[in-house]
Design a protein around this ligand. Structure first.
Ligand SMILES: C[S@@+](CC[C@H](N)C(=O)[O-])C[C@H]1O[C@@H](n2cnc3c(N)ncnc32)[C@H](O)[C@@H]1O
Length: 415
């Protein structure tokens, strides 16, 4: 283990065969929004608290090393890796996640944002197709016109500044305060237009004009409040953030990664497509292009097969003796509580590779009063949902004889 924290952990119930330790404790603070301000710039379904990658990265890696998240989401692991002086490699099948992760790890200055917004002609007339049915329950027609103009400005030139402005605009698309572009709506998910129309009727509300630029600037000031060191920009230059299926990480070479910290999607509890439809509209993303590969498994059997493929790729890309931390929760099923750490641990031990294998180092369970952002599973509202994070810590080790075989074959080929 690279670093050790002074943790007060107690043994949890034994694993079925007693083969690895399962420890439970409060691994990080239950308080909200204690980490770098940029972490909280935008909401994303089932994202974890930045305290989670912070804990894992400090515990299992060193400065300058490569940290990969194959299910990057809103880029929590990537940003925290950079803030801790590690290089971030991030992958996700959803181009929205890729755009968010890239922008978050490439922050620009507030002055650049203001200057750029001054260049946008927000008053240009725009086609109103699509406004009436889909978007009129959310936005005043003038807000819609401004959004359309900002959108086409970003699309014409997606440089660092515009990519960051897009991130800021995405964060303001819907929510419940006047800081958002929309009338009172849900902040965490894009609800369907019919549902928004119903809320409007119930609340006797109509979308009022919300100027776009000042809201983007206000959000930028909040997100950039904590600033960045020169060390941060030194490591971000080596980042690699791509759209890719975690089942086949073609762009990640074998034995190249020092640590994986990730949280896979589970079953079909979170609908990443429907819940992001406004974000897709603003970013011009067509979910048909990747929706089939976005995993929403209906059964545990299907999920076990998916996670086995992913673990096999993780083992391939990890350096020998490096760690992978896979965060999962527990799920209530008709047959009782299902502890996903057990599913991951069993699948990891069964993954096959010619030179390496996984051993389960430990399972760490963060238990605390309700963690709002960690509720990936069984979530209906903010009162329900898992209140533990179960971290399955896997170590890639070389199989006995693999090193000898490698040396032998090198000697033979030198002859
Ligand atoms: C639980 S979320 C990860 C959230 C992330 N930890 C964060 O803090 O934002 C799971 C992610 O897996 C992505 N995903 C689903 N299927 C995938 C696949 N086959 N390959 C790669 N990513 C996938 C989803 O788009 C989603 O962003």
């Amino acid at each position: 283990m690279a670093n050790s924290h002074s943790l007060k952990l107690v043994a949890d119930r034994a694993t079925t065969d007693g083969s690895y330790k399962r420890l439970v404790g409060e691994l990080w603070s239950a308080r909200q929004r204690q980490m770098h301000s940029l972490h909280y710039v935008v909401s994303y379904r089932a994202s974890f608290k930045p305290e989670l990658p912070d804990f894992c990265i400090q515990r299992y890696s060193e400065k300058g090393q490569i940290v990969l998240d194959p299910f990057s989401g809103r880029g929590t692991t990537a940003l925290q890796a950079n803030l801790l002086g590690r290089v971030a490699w991030a992958r996700d099948i959803n181009p929205l996640s890729v755009a968010m992760t890239r922008a978050k790890t490439n922050p620009v200055g507030l002055d650049e944002i203001v200057l750029r917004l001054n260049e946008v002609d927000f008053t240009r007339p725009v086609a109103m197709d699509g406004y009436t049915d889909q978007l009129s329950p959310f936005y005043h027609p003038e807000t819609f016109r401004e959004l359309m103009n900002l959108r086409s400005h970003i699309r014409k030139n997606k440089d660092r500044v515009n990519a960051f402005i897009e991130l800021l605009a995405l964060s303001r698309l819907h929510g419940h305060s006047p800081g958002f572009f929309s009338v009172y709506s849900f902040p965490q998910i894009s609800i369907p237009p019919e549902r928004q129309a119903m809320i409007n009727r119930k609340r006797h509300q109509e979308p009022e004009y919300r100027a776009v630029a000042p809201r983007v600037i206000k959000k930028a000031a909040q997100a950039l409040r904590d600033g960045f060191t020169s060390d941060f920009f030194a490591v971000t230059a080596a980042n690699s953030i791509e759209q890719e299926n975690a089942r086949n990480l073609k762009s990640v070479p074998a034995n190249s990664v020092d640590l994986i910290v990730t949280s896979p999607p589970f079953l079909d509890k979170v609908d990443y497509l429907a819940d992001n439809w406004l974000e897709f509209w603003f970013s011009g993303i067509n979910p048909k292009h990747f929706g089939r590969d976005l995993v929403m498994c209906r059964s545990v059997q299907e999920w076990t097969s998916f996670i086995t493929d992913v673990l096999s790729e993780m083992l391939r890309v990890l350096q020998p003796r490096a760690y992978a931390v896979v965060e999962v929760g527990e799920v209530e099923t008709s047959a009782g509580m299902l502890y996903l750490d057990e599913v991951v641990a069993a699948a990891a031990e069964g993954v096959s590779h010619p030179q390496k294998r996984f051993v389960v180092e430990e399972v760490l369970i963060n238990q605390q009063s309700f963690t709002k952002l960690a509720n990936c599973f069984k979530v209906d509202n903010n009162e329900k949902g898992t209140n533990t994070n179960r971290l399955v810590v896997l170590k890639a080790i070389e199989k006995q004889g693999a090193r000898r075989r490698k040396t032998g074959s090198r000697r033979q080929s030198a002859k």
